[in-house]
Design a protein around this ligand. Structure first.
Ligand code: WT7
Length: 639
């Protein structure tokens, strides 16, 4: 198991060691795992070429590190607790041995469907135990999983399947979310019309609703599981073989397939899990994210299970059957560490305090947040009302591409400050650069957050598109990994994340590219052009504001209809998460002489700011006045 840092002095010591000798530092941590063959070289890297390799030549299987390595001590310990959406449905638990059996069986199902090492498996599932089982079964046989969040549309699913050339899909008939159920199979069917690479579609029965069945490719999970035994040896993998692809939005174009490889990701997910949350044997860990995002990959599944933890997976939403659901779950299972998003906290604050009061939350030791900046009010509410003033809050900053937490307090060890992610974890060397690429070494500075040295969890490439990978993170500030985030370092050297500097927006902790939303809007025949920006939203962190250029501005009723149809279009092309909150019709957008949209101005208008900066370089400065007037009118209309 990974040694835990337990004092501030210990942190400082480890941090210094990790910078002075990163190779020695990370190889010591990697030694705690089981390697079938030890690596030849700890690290090989060149940020100018975007090339990074950790533990090269090392041979291992990550599931062997989850199961065989843990079984001796934890055969009968609960690995996974599954809490269903409906509190009246029976919860499920799996011991390490039971989970292992399911994983091996499903690995054999995959083999029966001709899935081989290196093949891609797309997974489009609700938050049910089979999701965890499916991912680990892929890892067992060396297949690469690519999980697509169940809120994505058929179009978004098919794009990801096509890009990854997935051989099989694993889905469910549907799922439950609060008082509603939703279909997945019908959406998957629609997606699969465009996905010739898919040879089998394995379907878990969850809702039991009627679905269409295509005999040639559809197979029930439960039927397939009956045909197999539970003997499945782990395939030997190279440390640098891909473990999974996870698509995420960038500032331009379509979502990109971020690739994580086995050895480095394993070491980093486990190290950060153990140290940030200060997990002790026997604790119950509850991360309320969805496994469709990186947070679920690293802190529901891989990090906790590698470290022999008991991890809790929740199918539902925080407000069903009422706004006390999270707290009820914490009370029911005596949860020790709880990890959620600022949006969830803000939406629960809005529902009032009584849901959290009168419950026994004494088991809680650590509270975590992730995904977006947390405002001070939400931080204090979480700290005072959920943590009863005694639980440290770990505000964890990281990204899909970083594989694990990068800047965060270690719970109870690094003193916290509301809204600050505080200090880098050992092994992480943040740098702040100004827009010209000059290093800002002092404290009390603000600029672009870059990382100057590799860590084991860093993504290795974009699936089939290494150029874009290089371009996205290593081109703006040569020699550094650029995160896309703005950051401030205060007088104590503490980091506060300010948010994205690029055209990525963060809505309720979900990352969306404005370009993707614009592309969806532009599909409409009445739209000639559009520009999407984020603006501050009291609950969601950021809301979506779309400026839509129409040759003829629609009249009131037609306008309502068009807005509705644009929102439906965006839901269909991407996901309901990406629907614009505010749509402004306009006759034009502010453009520079080179034809680029000046988004800065659009952001200012959306934020009700009057400081537009210099607009004289625009080809059409007069448009700014029109946009402001239309914006004011929109606000009046909604009052
Ligand atoms: C972006 C990455 C990492 C898991 C969930 C999101 C923002 C993330 C924080 C935080 C302020 C944060 C950043 C980052 N972000 N955590 N604690 N404070 N901002 O992963 O979808 O890849 O998004 O989320 O802007 O770049 P993701």
């Amino acid at each position: 198991m990974i040694p835990k840092i337990s004092t501030l002095g210990g942190y400082l010591h480890e941090y210094q060691k990790s910078v002075a000798n990163p190779i020695g530092f990370w190889s010591n941590i990697a030694e705690t795992f089981h390697w079938r063959k030890k690596w030849d070289e700890v690290l090989n890297w060149d940020f100018n070429k975007a090339e990074i390799e950790w533990f090269k030549g090392g041979k291992l299987n990550i599931t062997e590190n989850i199961f065989e390595r843990n079984l001796f001590l934890r055969y009968e310990q609960i690995a996974l607790i599954w809490e269903p959406n409906d509190p009246n449905e029976k919860a499920k638990t799996y011991t390490y041995n039971q989970l292992f059996t399911e994983v091996k069986k499903f690995a054999n199902v995959l083999k029966n469907h001709d899935v081989k090492k290196g093949d891609r498996v797309a997974i489009y599932m609700p938050m049910i135990p089979e999701l965890t089982i499916a991912m680990l079964a892929c890892a067992r046989i060396g297949a690469i999983h690519s999980i697509v969040f169940a809120g994505f549309s058929a179009n978004a699913l098919s794009e990801r399947i096509i890009d990854a050339e997935a051989k099989i899909l694993i889905t469910a008939d549907g799922g439950f979310r609060g008082s509603k159920s939703f279909d997945l199979k019908s959406i998957a069917d629609e997606a699969l019309e465009r996905c010739p690479s898919i040879k089998s579609n394995i379907v878990v029965k969850r809702t039991g609703k009627d679905i269409l069945w295509h005999k040639e490719i559809d197979f029930w999970w439960h039927d397939e599981m009956e045909k197999v035994d539970d003997i499945a040896l782990a395939i030997t993998m190279d440390a640098e073989d891909p473990l999974f692809i996870l698509y995420t939005s960038g500032s331009t174009g379509k979502p990109k397939g971020v690739v994580h490889t086995i050895g480095g990701y394993m070491v980093y997910a486990a190290y950060t899990f153990r140290n940030v949350f200060q997990y002790s044997d026997g604790d119950i860990f509850f991360c309320a994210a969805d496994i469709g995002w990186i947070t679920g990959h690293s802190y529901i599944v891989y990090g906790p299970l590698l470290e022999g933890a008991t991890t809790l997976m929740f199918e539902g939403i925080p407000t069903f059957p009422n706004a006390g659901r999270y707290w009820k779950i914490i009370e029911k299972y005596q949860v020790n560490q709880f990890y959620t998003s600022p949006t969830a906290i803000r939406s629960l604050i809005a529902m009032g305090q009584n849901w959290v009061e009168n419950l026994n939350l004494k088991s809680l030791k650590v509270l975590g947040t992730v995904g977006e900046p947390i405002n001070e009010e939400a931080w204090h509410w979480y700290h005072d009302h959920v943590g009863n003033n005694k639980c440290p809050i770990v505000d964890t900053w990281w990204q899909t591409e970083t594989g694990g937490i990068m800047i965060s307090p270690l719970a109870g060890i690094i003193p916290t400050k509301p809204a600050f992610a505080t200090l880098p974890l050992p092994g992480i060397q943040p740098m702040i650069l100004d827009n010209e690429g000059k290093k800002l070494n002092a404290n009390s500075v603000e600029g672009n957050l870059c990382i100057k040295y590799p860590w084991p969890g860093i993504a290795r490439t974009h699936w089939h598109d290494h150029e874009r990978f290089k371009e996205s993170y290593f081109s703006q500030f040569p020699g550094y990994y650029f995160t896309g985030d703005g950051v401030k370092r205060d007088e104590d050297g503490y980091y506060r994340i300010l948010g994205r500097m690029d055209d990525v927006i963060n809505v309720s902790g979900h990352r969306l590219g404005t370009a993707e939303i614009e592309n969806a809007i532009n599909e409409h025949p009445l739209v000639s052009e559009s520009a999407v920006v984020g603006y501050s939203h009291p609950i969601k962190g950021q809301g979506i504001y779309a400026y839509v250029v129409c040759t003829e501005i629609p009249k009131k009723d037609e306008g309502m209809e068009l807005k509705n149809s644009l929102r439906i279009g965006v839901s269909k092309m991407i996901s309901a998460i990406a629907k614009p909150d505010i749509i402004q019709f306009t006759t034009g957008l502010p453009k520079t002489r080179s034809g680029k949209i000046m988004r800065r101005i659009l952001r200012k208008i959306a934020e009700n700011s009057e400081d537009y900066g210099d607009i004289t370089t625009l080809t059409n400065p007069e448009i700014v006045k029109e946009l402001i007037e239309r914006h004011k009118k929109l606000l009046e209309d909604t009052l």
